[in-house]
Design a protein. Sequence first.
Lengths: 225, 784
Amino acid sequence: MNTKLLSLNEATRTVNSGSNKVTLLDDINLQVNEGEFISLMGPSGSGKSTLLNCIGMLDSFTGGGYTFLGEPVHSMKEKNRSKLYKEYIGFVFQAYHLIDELTVWENIETPLLYKSIKSSERKALVADMLDRFNIVGKKDLFPQQLSGGQQQLVGIARALIGKPKLILADEPTGNLNSKQSTEIMELFSQLNKDGVTIIQATHSEQNAAYGSRIINLLDGKIVEE
Amino acid sequence: MIINYIKIALRSLLKNKGYSFLNIFGLAIGITCASLIFLWVEDEVSFNTNFPNQDQVFYVPTNQNYEGEWRTFYSTPGPLAQDMLDDIPGIEKATRSNLQEILFAFGDNSITRRGRYVDEDFLDIFSLKFIEGNRENAFANPEAIVLTQETSEQLFGKGENAIGKVVKVSNKDNYLVTGVVEDLPKNVTFPFDWIAPFERYAEGEEWMTFYGNNFSDTFVKLASEANFETVDAQVRALIRKKEENTTDYAFLHSIKDWHLRSKFEGGEIVGGRITYVRLFTIIAFIILLIACINFMNLSTARSEKRANEVGVRKAMGSSRGRLITQFISESLILAFIAALVSALFLAVLLPQFNLIIEKDLTLGLGNPIHVLVLLTITIICGVFAGLYPAFYLSSFKPVQVLKGLKVTEGSASFIRKGLVVGQFTVSIVFIIFTILVYQQIQHAKNRDLGYDKDQLLSMRIDEDFIPKFDVIQQELIRTGSVQNATLCNSQLLSGGNNGSGFTWKGGTNTEDVLISFRNVTESFFETTGMEIIEGRGFNKNYEIDSTSVLISQSLAKMMGEENPIGNIINRGDGPLEVVGVVKDYVYGDMFDSSDPVLFMNYPPYARYMFIKTKDGVPVDRALSDIEAVLKTHNPAYPFEYTFVDEAFDAKFKNEQLVGELSQIFAILAILISCLGLFGLAAYTAEQRSKEIGVRKVLGASVSGIVKLLSKDFLKLVGISILISVPIAWYATYSWLQDYAYRIEINWIVFLVAGVLAVIIALATVSFQAIKAAIANPIKSLRTE
């Protein structure tokens, strides 16, 4: 079942820094099928995060084509684009980026609010998720009361709650110790087996090895696959 | 969703207690202040609005020309009311009215009350409601008197039937109570405690029936179908039709304007209290604005903290609209909390405020209009204050903020600085205005009045007192507490009687000079401390000195260079010889030069006695000595008196009110601005903590860092000073134009206000600056 999830066709991203034009991503060609687990590797500044953000539609390519589930993202209006990623993409961040003022339960619930899902359904979904990640006991705690690993767990739960097809993870274990890292990577592995497509950016060879495919970036170009 | 917003707003409030306190407290002060002003304004505009016929009721003032200038008086000729009824079809009701203070006695009970001698139409014009008696019989008896409920209760006791009771007035005449009417509301401009038929007052006074003597108020009610313009034109033409050789004319002045628009210049309405109502309303909005500015400043200053949340929410799929809704709901929640706090403040402060403005305002939260206004203010504040931060914060790009990049502050920091400048500009203008208002009041209070107002008692007297005066004066002096005593026909400070049509030797066209008359005793000048600068005073025996007059300096000046002594003044009733000149004295408007005065040695017209107590005699002793003398000779009268210096202070009520309110607003504006500045300084210090750390490691001193952090804020205050000086100058200059006797605006005031603002700002900012400067640099540098 090798359905094509997304494809990049000579996608580029340039920014103007002063009078200089800086190319962050250069002619990226990439096909991602559903069910893949891709690890993006490369030194700092090679464009991993930019590529993730552009794929996640938080940022946009300045040139080339981007097709997501057969829809041409590059020619879409902001509103439709946001609808698309709200529906199909979940984000996991290195710094977790949980909202400090919300409890674990509420953090996980937030994406559902933006999808205007009914209260009773939200409750059921969040409860399932807490169950699945074994953090039912922590549902009323605030992020600061959790360890880094637990916070990232909540971050992943939040990314998954909207039942996305694609999870984008930017250095998901960058702030964690090795034991926590392993747990998180095991979790990703499991999720991937359950059918979720994952693209992660990472520095660690060890983590990259969890992926089914490793892409190396250097100076905004794919140098090796 | 809303619940989610409220939840996050409340948690964020609790988490950032200091910030929340600054925000809520600032906004609450603003709302409190605005509410107080709006309560005052509500009361001011409610005057005379509780009458069924308010659209048809008018005062009839007259414009009179003196020395080429139109001056407006409420006094009109006696026959005017009746002639209006007879000649002008649109006039349905008309009444004369003369305000008098008289002594009532019933049994052992005696009280002095102000009331009006009026024609019967008065009852209908003001739709008086009878509690006892009725409209038809009220004025049927020529000896009738109608009392207000309060007066009736004070005179006869509560629950006593008043009708048919006979009261003694001024210790000689009997009046028959024919009715009791409901007390008037407080917010009317024609208060009275009693009314009685005008005929009784006019009895035997034939001059009251002629044109040419202006002495009575005239009120009219127009027929409901009458056209105002037509009737007014007819009223304007009437006096000239009835009286030959006069330029005087009467006109209609609506009951709705009596309180707020009763300042006339050149015969036209030029304003009045409405100026203050408008001014304070503007001030209320300015204070709210300052409070809202605080809110915006503190919110955008905190943007760094909120940026992350914005990024996450956007990544989770939130649209910008939803974020804007969220931020505005947050500011609305804060505004509602602030409104609750301000309701508390109001409950505590209103009694104090009432003391200052001498009113009896109530919070009236049961009044739906009050609640609605408070709610509206709250919502407007919440939305207005939240709007800019909401648009600003929601504009963040998730990629940037989530990567931890610095938020580009550009516009926000510029606007924030502009807002701080705005706040301080307003504060400094208030400071300058307050100082100048007080200077102006002091200036007028300290001016040479031409008499000595201290230790001077004033008492109202009646006719039967005058023959006894000589004896009483002697006995008063004999007590050792009293320097001297005198009689006069008017209060020292008020305008009193005046007239024109005088001629004198060497003067041309003097008929239109308006001159005030004072009927006094020989002891008047010594008692009041007025100075006779030329000629002699009066003879103690007024009967042989009745054609002698003293004139004020300004009148002497009009008579020309030569010696005025011996000059003859004529006005119909025989020649008067000038025997002395008195230094000008200030009466009527304390901020203006007063009309010339003619003093006559004729005590029988006196209505007031003035008593000067001796230096060094305690007030209590003097009062009890005076009371003892008066009780023996004048037992029918209660011992009622006022101190002239207190009456003098009361003359400055309006200015005092403006001064005090301006002071309160100045303090509040500064307080709110400082709350904002304090918060801003805190965030700046926090934002720059890394920079401060690096500088310290590189060897910067604490004072150097404090200077570095304070400098930026002081620059803003400096700009505010530059902006506020011309505004404040213009505002005070315009205000002072209302006063003929006024201060020169001194630049020192601006300097003082500027220095004050700098000191206050410095004190506010330096606390944070010092805190940041003495912090251990290791802490701030360790984070990354």
